[in-house]
Design a protein around this ligand. Structure first.
Ligand SMILES: C[S@@+](CC[C@H](N)C(=O)[O-])C[C@H]1O[C@@H](n2cnc3c(N)ncnc32)[C@H](O)[C@@H]1O
Length: 312
């Protein structure tokens, strides 16, 4: 069998230990804090298409497995995109007290980019900045994880579980910056416009949304099978990437989890640049830079780095 080598480290080397520790917390929290929802969340697609016959399905399969897949660099994460730190730093340099809204996150990954930008700000100005951060998600688990990271890094933040970002009762024109990674590809096509409109509603004049969206086709059964096999192979060949306390039964359990993830996770990818341009047509400035990423089921995958701004 060929040995599979991971080309890109999933996180900066100095942060890898944090990710290894965090995996263990997430795997413990998720079975309790991921709950069945009436509508929405990472389990909606599997429910709609009756992939599993379980009306009580929650997003535990997603949140308890996400960071193990991050160790293998198999899920789309903010670390794949250099523009986050650059763009967030620019916003902070203009407004060190910016109000920042994180519009859903799988774990602390998006917050860590904001943290890097805060450090960059300090490096450039010799001063600390003080962004006011609100993180929302439909599930409590990623918020607990963000809080865990924030406490360790002495970052102040507000976390809110929202039934649904589209319907959520948040104040109008409140935020200078919205950040979220790949939210558009977890949202069905017919709801994408409502999400983008909600972001516009939340932003102050002069505010901007910084996000990414992968371009591609639906996730076929063949892609799912490829993904599950790849995860098993990488886990078998790279045990050193996992927490040092991991035993044989832990590796077995993670392989079962990644099998389930491959079955239940779907992407509603962007079809082309025109679709994105149309979604963001009500913004005054739009930048969409296409970049190559390692990809999830398709390697590599092209993705848009999106910056959409409103006039002051
Ligand atoms: C932002 S997306 C993609 C994750 C991203 N790549 C990252 O690294 O953070 C995943 C998150 O969206 C959340 N989510 C899905 N549908 C939602 C909705 N309608 N409203 C709010 N959050 C939602 C899920 O619970 C999950 O934590």
């Amino acid at each position: 069998m060929d040995s599979l080598v991971i080309k890109t480290m999933p996180a900066k080397a100095e942060n890898f230990k944090t990710l290894q520790n965090s995996c263990l917390h997430m795997a413990q929290w998720a079975p309790q804090s991921c709950v069945n929802k009436n509508l929405g969340g990472m389990e909606q697609w599997a429910k709609d298409f009756k992939i599993v016959d379980d009306k009580t399905l929650s997003c535990n399969w997603y949140h308890s497995t996400w960071q193990f897949l991050r160790l293998l660099n198999m899920v789309a994460v903010p670390d794949w995109y250099p523009f986050y730190v650059e763009t967030i730093t620019e916003v902070l340099l203009e407004n060190p007290n910016a109000k920042v809204f994180v519009s859903a996150c799988a774990d602390y990954g998006m917050l860590a980019k904001l943290h890097e930008a805060m450090e960059e700000y300090q490096l450039q100005t010799g001063q600390k900045c003080n962004p006011q951060i609100t993180i929302v998600d439909i599930c409590l688990t990623p918020l607990q994880n963000a809080k865990w990271y924030a406490d360790n890094a002495s970052i102040k933040l507000e976390t809110l579980v929202c039934d649904n970002i589209i319907l959520g009762n948040f104040p109008e024109s409140e935020y200078d910056l919205i950040i979220t990674d790949e939210f558009l590809s977890v949202i069905k096509d017919d709801l994408k416009q409502a999400v983008v409109d909600k972001w516009k509603y939340l932003l102050k004049p002069g505010g901007c949304i910084v996000t990414t969206a992968m371009e591609g086709e639906p996730t076929t059964p063949e892609k799912r099978e490829f993904y599950a096999q790849k995860a098993r192979k990488l886990i078998g060949q790279n045990p050193h990437l996992f927490p040092a306390t991991f035993k044989q039964e832990d590796f077995e359990k993670v392989m079962q989890q990644t099998d389930k993830f491959a079955t239940l996770h779907t992407r509603h990818m962007i079809q082309n640049r025109e679709q994105l341009a149309h979604l963001f047509r009500n913004f005054n400035y739009l930048q969409m830079d296409i970049v190559e990423t390692p990809g999830e089921c398709v390697n590599p995958t092209f993705s848009y780095q999106i910056i959409a701004e409103l006039d002051k």
